[in-house]
Ligand binder design. Structure first.
Ligand code: SF4
Ligand code: SF4
Length: 106
């Protein structure tokens, strides 16, 4: 199990915006694409994962308990910001702190 499967902090602290072409049926969709119902329209060129701008934020696609066991229910189809984010990202430690988790040891 990867450390991210026992964390989930970035999915519960960061806003996740991407181009509608990554939605299901879109020209740049990964796998089956992000289900439209899991998103909110922001502009003609931006959609947002539902829940990521809530207070407190939590992506609608995230299952499980932050800091326990978590799973992205659309992992194969997750949008590019999620694909580009990992433990090397400076915001990883910030996200973990925001969720009350210690930064990962180097
Ligand atoms: S905050 Fe960091 S450790 Fe936690 S799930 Fe995201 S990338 Fe993984
Ligand atoms: S789509 Fe998946 S990886 Fe991306 S924020 Fe939501 S739960 Fe996390």
């Amino acid at each position: 199990m990867s450390v991210c499967q026992t964390c989930g902090a970035c999915c519960a602290s960061l806003r996740v915006d991407f181009h509608p072409a990554e939605l299901a049926g879109g020209a740049y969709a990964w796998a089956d694409g992000v289900p439209l119902a899991m998103t909110l329209p922001v502009t003609a060129k931006i959609v947002r994962m539902r829940g990521t701008d809530a207070a407190p934020p939590r992506c609608v696609a995230l299952e499980g308990e932050i800091g326990g066991a978590v799973r992205c229910t659309i992992y194969d189809a997750r949008p590019s910001p999620c694909r580009e984010f990992d433990v090397e990202h400076a915001a990883c430690a910030r996200a973990r702190r925001q969720c009350g988790l210690p930064p990962l040891l180097a």
